[in-house]
Design a protein around this ligand. Structure first.
Ligand code: F6R
Length: 254
């Protein structure tokens, strides 16, 4: 695992965008696993800027998103489909037929999860998976206690996640209680993983995930077993780790 310390959110966004763009340049038909939430917004802005400058071409790229709220339509401003459309897809030349996100309006959970797993397989697997991390250590919407062997599944969101995501909604009572999420097994099958974390509220989760025991109670701790993970985090998010370790110039913990 390599850990890059970013000065601040802008620096984090540029560093992580560089990694994603290198993947797209090296393999124009790459399959990117994408995330939503606050963490990747700066990365997407940077990718859009480089696309507009003519430095990036998404025409052959496939995007497979991590998760979607159950019960929100694609055009609901709080849906992750809407987030991806407004924060990235509307501004780049990706083929919309090659963008995938679980269908939050499908009531038959088993059918939707089988369909989504089929999409990931049909794409040939994920070349690079972008992840944020929840304050409780979740990745995707795999909440603490979720077994590591799940592919896409129906999740009951934890109160911690509902509280954290309430900032995007008019009131906490309308935050969906369920989501479809790629499972840990799906995430671990990605060839490369880039996890980004910003802010002091992520410091404990990041420390436990990287330096603590591997346990379903801290879902991101499983990443210690993946052979190609890059973490890009700002100093606030790294503050707990930096109390115990230094990070060398190669990005390794010392
Ligand atoms: C989003 C996702 C979540 C978020 C995490 C951090 O698609 O899967 O795991 O990455 O909740 O969210 P932010 O970035 O908003 O702090």
């Amino acid at each position: 695992m390599r850990i890059y310390k970013a000065k601040d959110y802008n620096d984090l966004s540029r560093k992580a965008a560089n990694i994603l763009s290198a993947q797209i340049i090296m393999k124009p038909d790459a399959v990117l696993g994408l995330a939503t939430g606050s963490s990747p917004i700066g990365i997407y802005k940077q990718l859009i800027e480089w696309y507009q400058k003519g430095d990036l071409d998404f025409s052959e790229t496939t995007a497979v998103n991590l998760d979607e709220y159950v019960g929100l339509k694609k055009d609901d401003p709080n849906s992750y489909a809407f987030f991806m459309k407004t924060n990235l897809f509307d501004h780049i030349n990706i083929d919309r037929n090659k963008t995938f996100i679980p269908d939050g309006m499908e009531n038959d959970a088993e059918r939707e999860c089988v369909r989504y797993n089929g999409i990931i397989k049909a794409c040939g697997g994920i070349d690079m998976q972008l992840l944020g991390i929840g304050c409780n250590g979740h990745i995707g919407f795999n909440e603490p206690g979720t077994s590591f062997d799940k592919e896409t599944h129906l999740v009951t969101l934890s109160q911690n996640t509902i509280d954290a995501n309430a900032r995007f909604f008019d009131s906490i009572s309308v935050v969906p209680k369920h989501a479809y999420s790629m499972g840990i097994k799906s995430i671990m099958q990605a060839r490369r993983i880039v996890l980004v974390a910003s802010g002091e509220n992520k410091a404990n989760a990041l420390y436990e995930s990287i330096c603590g025991p591997i346990t379903p109670q801290v879902p991101a701790s499983i990443l210690q077993l993946h052979n190609n993970v890059t973490v890009v985090a700002d100093s606030d998010a790294l503050s707990e780790i930096l109390k115990h370790h230094e990070i060398g110039s190669g990005g390794h913990l010392i």
